[in-house]
Design a protein around this ligand. Structure first.
Ligand code: NDP
Length: 683
C-alpha cells in the first residue's frame, strides 16, 4: 500500500518508491512512504491564502463546534483505527491512549473554548491596565490568530494523539496546519487524517498532510508561521537551527526525549499502600506502549535500604507481563515499532551496562503470537545502578521497556540525582508524608514540566505518571526541549500574536468589544433590561435613582440573614472597628443595588446567574446615599441546544457610588438574555 500526502486540496501519491514500512508484530511489509515530488511552496501558499482566511472567518465557539463534530465523527469510526493500530505494535490498552486520548483532546479543547474563550475572533488577556493618573490612557493585551501555517512534526509513538493534540489548540486559534507524521507509523495517521477530511467539517485548506520527508518546506516559512516538533533531541536541535527558521524568528516548540524519574519517599515502608502503588506505576510505565513514551519512567529512585525490596517487588510485577501479538486479548505488551528500534534500544542498554548499570532482571522471550526476530519484540528489562552518581542512566535514553533503579541516601540526594536528568517532562513522587512531598516539590519543580504526587488518597482516580492531559502543561525544561504544549488556553495562545494596545478608554472599548471604565457611555430612554440580546450595545448604561441607607435597613438585613457581625449591629464594637461607626452589610449594598437597577416585569432578561470581580471600596454608614450604574460590559451569544430558546450571556459592570460620588463597590453580574424572536413568516 502506498501512503499518500494531502497537499493544496488534493491527495498526492509520489511516483517514487519510497521507504518500506513493516508491521511491528510479524515484520511483514505494510506501506511505502514517500513525499518526493510534492510542491511544498504551494502547500504553504495554500495554507496562508486559503486555509487561514477560511478558518479566521469563524469565532472560537464556531471552531469549537467543528472540533466537537470532528471528534464525534472519528469516535464513530475508531474501530477501524484500532485495527490498524495493532500493526504498530500497540495493544488495545496502548491504542486507547493514542486513539481515544487523541479524540478526547478534541472534545476537551472544544469544551474549553466554549467555556473559557469569547465567541469572538480575538482574545483579551488580563484586565485593562491604568497607565496614567487621569485615567485617559490605558493598556491591554489583545491576541489575534497568526496569519501563517503551523507545521506539526510528530513522533512515531503516538500516530493519532500526536496529530490531534497539536491540531486542537491550533485549529481553535484559527491557524491552518501541515501535519508531518513519523514515517514508521504514517499509515495510521493517514487513515485518521483521511476520515477528518471526508467528514467535510473543516473549511478548505485547514489541514494538509506530508507523509515522507519535508523537502524544502522550511525554506518557505516566515514570521507568521510556527513549527512544533516531537521526537529526538538531536533531530529537534538540528531542525531548530534551520537557517530559514533562524532568519525569520519562526517559533519552534520542541518536545524531546526526557529521562523522567519516579521517587519513592523515604517514609514509605514495604507494607504501605504507597509501596505497592510505586511498584505498579513503574511497571506500568515500562510496559505501556512497550516503554516507547516520551513521558515513561526511566530512572527509579528509591531509599537505599529499601532498594532490595523494591527490586524484588518490581521483578514480581513485571514477571506478570505477557508479551506477544497485541491484537490478542491476553497480551499485555506488544513489540517496539520495529526491529530497527529494538536494535537501537538494545545498543543503549549495552551502553548503559558500560556506564555503571547492571542487568537486574529481564523478562521472558516467550511470545503469545508474533515473530520475535522479524517483529520488534523486546522483553521488559530492569537495570540497577549501585553507584547512582556514576550511572549513564542520567544521560542515555533507552526508548523501550527499560528502566534503571538507583538507590539514594537522603531526600537532598534524591533531588540532586533527579536534576541530573537536566530537565524532564514529568516526575512522580510517591509518598503519603506532606513534609516529604513539600521538600521534593521545591527541589524538583525547576526541572520538571509536570509533577505527579501519588498516594493512597488519589490513586483510584489518578490519571497516572505518563498521561499528558489537555488542560495541563505538556513539555519540560532543558533536555525535554523547553517547549510547552496543551495546558488549556495556553496552548491556543501559542498560535496567536499578542499585541499590547495603548489607548484611551473609549478606543480600547471599541477595539476590545468590552466596556472599559472611563469610556464614553451611551444612554437610552428604554431600560436595558427591556432589550433583547441583539439590541444591547457595549457601553450602553443606566444610572439609577438614589437610596438613603437607614438604620432600619441594616437591622432588617441582619434579621433576614442572621448576620449580626459587630460592625453592623453593635454600636460599641463598631466604634472600635476600622470603620469607627456602624456600616451597612456589603451584601445589603449588592442587594439594594439590584433593587435600584432591576426592571421587575417579565422581559428579555431571563436569569441572573453569577457575580464576578466583587470589590467593596468605601464603607456605607447610616444616612449615606447610594446610587448604581449598570453598563453592558460584554456579550456572548450561546449556541442553542435543539429545542432550547436562543439566548446570550450579557455581563454588566456595576458601580455603586455614594453621595460624594465616591465608588463604594464594583462588580460584574452575568445574566442570560433572550435573543430577538424571528419575525413570523408572512402567510
Ligand atoms: P526523530 O527525531 O528521528 O523523528 C521525529 C520526527 O521528526 C519524525 O516525524 C521524523 O520523520 C522527523 N524528522 C526526522 N528527521 C527530519 C528532518 N531532517 N527533517 C524533517 N523532519 C525530520 O525520532 P524518531 O521518531 O526516529 O525516534 C528516535 C528517538 O527519538 C527515539 O528512540 C526516542 O529516543 C526519541 N523519541 C522521543 C519522543 C518524544 O515524544 N519525546 C517520541 C519518539 C521518539 P521521519 O520518521 O520521516 O524520519
Amino acid at each position: 500500500m502506498k501512503i499518500s500526502s494531502y497537499a493544496a486540496g488534493a491527495w498526492y501519491q509520489s511516483p517514487a518508491e519510497g521507504s518500506l514500512v513493516r508491521d511491528a508484530v510479524y515484520g511483514e511489509p505494510i506501506a511505502l512512504v514517500s513525499s518526493e515530488g510534492l510542491d511544498f511552496a504551494e502547500m504553504v501558499r495554500y495554507a496562508r491564502e486559503v486555509g487561514g482566511p477560511n478558518l479566521r472567518r469563524y469565532t472560537f465557539h464556531e471552531r469549537a463546534a467543528m472540533l466537537r463534530a470532528l471528534a464525534q465523527y472519528l469516535q464513530e469510526r475508531k474501530e477501524a483505527f484500532y485495527a490498524l493500530s495493532y500493526k504498530t505494535g500497540a495493544t488495545r490498552y496502548d491504542s486507547w491512549f493514542d486513539i481515544d486520548g487523541g479524540i478526547g483532546t478534541f472534545f476537551s479543547y472544544s469544551s474549553l473554548a466554549r467555556r473559557e474563550l469569547p465567541n469572538e475572533r480575538f482574545l483579551l488577556e488580563d484586565d485593562p491596565l491604568p497607565l496614567s493618573k487621569g485615567g485617559s490612557f490605558l493598556g491591554r493585551h489583545l491576541l489575534v490568530p497568526k496569519e501563517g501555517v503551523a507545521v506539526h512534526i510528530n513522533a512515531f509513538n503516538f500516530p493519532v494523539w500526536g496529530m490531534l493534540e497539536k491540531l486542537a489548540p491550533g485549529l481553535i486559534a484559527g491557524v491552518p496546519a501541515i501535519v508531518k507524521p513519523a514515517t514508521q507509523t504514517a499509515y495510521l495517521t493517514e487513515a485518521v487524517f483521511r476520515a477528518m477530511l471526508e467528514s467535510g467539517i473543516l473549511p478548505e485548506g485547514a489541514i494538509q498532510l506530508i507523509c515522507g520527508g519535508i523537502g524544502d518546506l522550511f525554506d518557505h516559512l516566515n514570521e507568521q508561521d510556527s513549527v512544533t516538533f516531537t521526537g529526538s533531541a538531536s533531530t529537534g536541535q538540528k531542525l531548530k537551527a534551520h537557517p530559514s527558521l533562524v532568519a525569520h524568528s519562526v517559533p519552534f516548540n520542541m518536545e524531546a526525549d526526557s529521562l523522567n524519574c519516579a521517587i519513592l519517599g523515604r517514609t514509605v515502608e514495604p507494607g504501605d499502600p504507597e509501596f505497592g502503588l510505586f511498584v505498579k506505576e513503574v511497571a506500568r510505565e515500562m510496559t505501556v506502549k512497550a516503554g516507547q513514551k516520551c513521558t515513561a519512567i526511566r530512572r527509579v529512585l528509591v531509599p537505599r535500604e529499601k532498594s532490595e525490596a523494591v527490586l524484588e517487588a518490581l521483578k514480581q510485577e513485571l514477571g506478570k507481563t505477557r508479551l506477544g501479538d497485541p491484537s490478542r486479548e491476553e497480551v499485555q505488551m506488544g513489540p517496539l515499532v520495529g526491529a530497527n528500534q529494538r536494535a537501537d534500544v538494545q545498543s543503549v542498554v549495552e551502553a548503559l551496562k558500560a556506564r555503571g548499570c547492571e542487568l537486574a532482571w529481564e523478562g521472558s522471550r516467550e511470545l503469545l503470537g508474533g515473530d520475535f526476530e522479524k517483529g520488534g519484540f523486546m522483553p521488559p528489562t530492569l537495570l540497577y545502578s549501585p553507584k547512582p552518581w556514576d550511572s549513564g542512566a542520567h544521560d542515555l535514553e533507552p526508548f523501550g521497556p527499560v528502566a534503571t533503579l538507583m538507590p539514594y541516601e537522603s531526600l537532598e540526594e534524591a533531588i540532586a540525582l533527579a536534576r541530573r536528568g537536566k530537565g524532564s517532562l514529568v516526575g512522580s513522587v510517591v509518598t503519603h508524608n506532606l513534609e516529604e512531598a513539600r521538600t521534593l516539590f521545591f527541589g524538583l519543580a525547576t526541572h520538571h514540566g509536570r509533577l505527579l504526587f501519588l498516594n493512597r488518597d488519589n490513586a483510584k482516580e489518578s490519571t497516572g505518571h505518563g498521561s499528558p492531559l489537555p488542560l495541563l502543561l505538556h513539555g519540560g525544561p532543558g533536555r525535554a526541549g523547553a517547549g510547552e504544549e496543551l495546558g488549556g488556553v495556553r496552548g491556543v495562545k501559542h498560535y496567536m500574536q499578542r499585541c499590547a494596545v495603548q489607548a484611551d478608554p473609549t478606543t480600547l472599548m471599541a477595539l476590545s468589544q468590552e466596556y472599559v471604565r472611563g469610556a464614553r457611555l451611551k444612554e437610552d430612554i428604554v431600560h436595558p433590561f427591556r432589550k433583547y440580546f441583539e439590541e444591547l450595545e457595549i457601553g450602553e448604561s443606566l444610572l439609577t435613582h438614589r437610596r438613603t441607607v437607614t438604620e432600619a435597613d441594616i437591622v432588617n438585613f441582619a434579621n433576614v440573614t442572621g448576620d449580626y457581625f459587630y460592625a453592623h449591629v453593635d454600636e460599641i464594637g463598631a466604634r472600635d472597628s476600622i470603620f469607627g461607626k456602624r456600616v451597612a452589610h456589603g451584601y445589603f449594598l449588592i442587594s439594594a443595588a439590584a433593587g435600584l437597577f432591576v426592571s421587575p416585569a417579565p422581559g428579555p432578561v431571563l436569569a441572573n446567574y453569577g457575580l464576578e470581580n466583587l470589590r467593596f471600596i468605601e464603607p456605607v454608614g447610616i444616612g449615606d446615599t447610594i446610587q448604581a450604574r449598570l453598563t453592558v460590559k460584554s456579550k456572548t451569544a450561546k449556541d442553542p441546544r435543539p429545542g432550547e430558546r436562543p439566548t446570550g450571556v450579557v455581563t454588566w459592570a456595576v458601580e455603586i457610588t455614594n453621595q460624594e460620588g465616591k465608588t463604594v463597590a464594583l462588580y460584574d453580574i452575568l445574566t442570560l438574555v433572550a435573543r430577538r424572536p424571528e419575525p413570523a413568516p408572512v402567510a
